[in-house]
Structures are given as C-alpha cells and as structure tokens.
Design a protein around this ligand. Structure first.
Ligand SMILES: *Cc1c(COP(=O)(O)O)cnc(C)c1O
Length: 420
C-alpha cells in the first residue's frame, strides 16, 4: 500500500467534532484488503496467516481480522488472554513470548498453541505437559530489522533458541516426550527481503532435524512504505522462492510442510492514521525555525523518538492560503525528544517538512500510524489521557472503538498510605 491520506477532510472534521483529538482512525476496508494480501502469500501446501497482535491489539481490530480468516500471534500471556476476551477461539492463537506466563497451564488448557522460545521454556512446558505437541522458536544465526532496535536475530539477539543448541533441544524434548511439530523463526521488523529469504531457507533446513515437524512459521517483518522515499516488501515477490523451496523439500523427502507467516506491520501500518490538532505555532526568530505544536506527540506516536521513523503529515488548513512553509512538527510533551519530524533513522536530529501554511486550530493527520503506535506509546506521560480510537467501516461510518481516558482512570490505581 502506498502512503495515503486515508481520510477526506470532511470525514476528518466529522471525527474530530464527534470524538475529539487526538484520535486514532482505522480503515476497515484497508484492513480487510491487507488481510486478503497476507492470505494470498505464496505457499506450496497450505498457509496460516497470523496477525502479530502486538502491533494493534484493539478488540474491534482483532475481530475484523478473525472474520477475515486470519489467526493470531500473541507475544505475551496477557495478549493471548486479550484475544480470547475479544472472542478469538484459543485454537487460533499461537504464543511466542520472551516471558512464559505464570498461568501458561491455563492458556494451554484453553487450547492455544505455543513456540518454546528458550531451552528453559522448553523444559518448563515439558514438565507441565509431557508428551505435548509444540513448536520451537530458533534464532537462525542471522537477523535483519529496519533499525538495530527491531533486529531480533543473530548473535546479539536474545530471541529464540540459538541454532547450535539443536542437540539440547532434542535432548530436552526426548526427556519429556515432547513432539516438536512446528519450527518458528522471526528475525526482525522491517527485514531486508533478501536476508529474510536466506533465513527462510536456513529455517527450512532446520526442519530436517525434526521428523515430526509439519509446520514452518517464518514470522513477520515485511516492510511497508509509510512515506514515498521508502520501499515496501511485495509478499508475492518475497514468497515465491520460498514456495519453490517447500516444493523441493517435498520432492526430496516426501514431507509437505504447512506454511505460517505472522505479519504485524504489513497488516495494519498504513490502515491507520492519527488525527490531531495544531494547538500552537511558534518560531525562534529570523535565523531560527518555525514549529507546529500538535495536541499529540510521543504519548500517541513514539516511533519517531524511538527509531527516527518517518510518517507522512497532512494538514487540513481552515483557510487555504496556497502558500507553503517549512515546519518542524513537535508533540506536546515537555522534552525536545518529542519530535515528529526527525531526520530518517535519527531521533535526535531535527528536520522539517514543507507543508501548506497552517494556523492554530487546523487539523493534522499523521499517516502510517496503524502499527506500534496506539499499541506502543509513552502512555500518560505528562498525564495526558490515552487517546480514543475510531474504526471507519466499509460504508465510511466512523465507530468509537476505544473511549478517551479520563483523569480519574489515569490515577485510579494510586493509593495514599495512611497519614499522607
Ligand atoms: C513482532 C513480531 C512479529 C511481527 O513483526 P512485524 O515486523 O510487525 O511484521 C511477528 N512474529 C513475532 C514473533 C514477533 O515478535
């Protein structure tokens, strides 16, 4: 999907009037279109496409994808319960987590599947459920991410079981009569497609050591272009050679492996936008800069501060002067790190965008904010309330899918000890 505005100015004004700003807006039509693209991933002997729900875990989004035929990848016990609570059948949920939950047994008994992501997890699961059929997440020895922070493969990553520990995996599995039926790898978010393909071949080779494996899960990480300068990964292109490799393995060994993928970003990034308001315009003199201050920032959109991520910015000027200006767009938090227009990949380097001349009170839409925005923010920093979320349905009707938080809710778990 190309970076688009997602909302007409009329609909943006209606949503701002009805639900206030800042507000996340998701487009059901776009979500369903991405789901169809994921379900069309090239495969030789069947496919399960999972939504990596940590990207956008709102119940209305989970239900949209559940109906569209996707399954789910949960990255914590809480996420797995959250999906169950949203109405997802436990059998459709696969858990791959850095922290095996204390109540794992209850989740397992509910019907979820799991990928053991460390030798300790494998042993724990084996002790709890000897004889169980489970998956194993390997670190294939190589990773690739859009930034160092999202590279989760290779010797510097703690994710999955290091590939050279294969004998230990087999020993622990044998000790508990565990049946290893799925191999899983996920090497990073925003992966280089060539590295992804290379690692997929390594992962396929790993299955040769596990005669009971019927499924290979190749994770997520497919890139999307949020701004025009970026290049997205085409699933058909990246998947075609992998389909061939599955077919070749079948010719050689007779084993027809089922494929799983689990994109997060690909399914939601460009299906969401953050609608905000310009609440101030300031400058630092003739040699200085001109700043647009929004009523949002790292409280809703952390990716620029964290990764130096680039997001398209669209303004809806109330009074269109036809002129343009270079603006530094900043958030409302009290630190200079709350910068929306940082340089690409450089969170601390100030940059500007050439945008239509705008005034206080104008609406502003930040695109590409469906993935890891609402789900990952400095929630309640400066005591700003968690923003509302709206889903625009296939008939262009907006529905509130999460209310804006109240001050009461921000402080509800605080306790004053006696005498304070
Ligand atoms: C985060 C994650 C994904 C999704 O990654 P994207 O880059 O959003 O596609 C998939 N699988 C696992 C195990 C993950 O942790």
């Amino acid at each position: 999907m190309e970076p688009t505005r997602l909302l007409s100015s009329a609909l943006a004004r209606q949503i701002a009037a009805d639900f206030g700003t800042p507000v996340y807006v998701y487009d059901q039509t776009a979500l369903e279109q991405q789901a169809r693209a994921a379900l069309a991933f090239p495969n030789a002997f069947g496919l399960t496409a999972r939504f990596a729900m940590k990207a956008l875990p709102n119940a209305a989004i989970l239900r949209t994808f559940d109906r569209a035929g996707l399954h789910f990848d949960a990255s914590s016990g809480y996420e797995a319960w959250r999906a169950i609570k949203a109405g997802v059948a436990a059998e459709k949920i696969s858990l791959s987590t850095q922290e095996l939950p204390a109540d794992f047994a209850a989740l397992w008994n509910a019907g979820i599947t799991v990928n053991a992501c460390s030798l300790h997890q494998l042993d724990t699961i084996g002790k709890l459920f000897p004889g169980a059929a489970i998956g194993v997440r390997f670190n294939p020895g190589q990773g690739s991410g859009g930034t160092g922070k999202t590279n989760v493969g290779g010797p510097d990553a703690s994710f999955g079981i290091w590939h050279e520990h294969l004998p230990a995996v087999q020993e622990i599995a044998a000790r508990h009569q565990l049946r290893i039926v799925r191999i899983h790898t996920h090497i990073g978010s925003g992966s280089d497609p060539l590295v992804w393909q290379q690692v997929s071949r390594l992962s396929l080779d790993l299955t040769r050591h596990f005669p009971e494996v019927t499924t290979l899960n190749l994770g997520g990480g497919y890139k999307v272009a949020r701004v025009a300068e970026e290049k997205g990964t085409d699933l058909q292109t990246v998947g075609a050679p992998i389909k061939e490799a599955f077919a070749k393995l079948a010719e050689e060994t007779g084993r027809q492996l089922h494929l799983e993928i689990e994109p997060g970003t690909f399914l939601v990034a460009n299906c969401g936008a953050l609608l905000a308001r310009v609440q101030d315009v300031v400058d630092t003199g003739a040699q200085g800069r001109r700043f647009l201050k929004l009523d949002t920032g790292m409280t809703e959109l952390l990716r620029p501060s964290l990764y130096g991520a680039q997001h398209p910015i669209f303004l809806f000027p109330g009074n269109d002067t036809g002129r343009r200006q270079d603006y530094v767009v900043v958030g409302h938090c009290c630190e200079s790190g709350d910068l929306v227009t940082c340089a690409p990949g450089e969170p601390e380097t100030i940059s500007s965008r050439n945008l239509p001349e705008t005034a206080i009170g104008d609406l502003c839409l930040i695109g590409g904010t469906g993935a890891y925005c609402s789900a990952m923010s400095t929630k309640n920093y400066n005591s700003f309330p968690e923003a509302a979320e709206v889903l625009v349905d296939t008939s262009s009707q907006p529905h509130l899918i999460r209310r804006r938080q109240t001050l009461e809710q921000i402080t509800q778990n605080e306790i004053l000890p006696a005498g304070f």
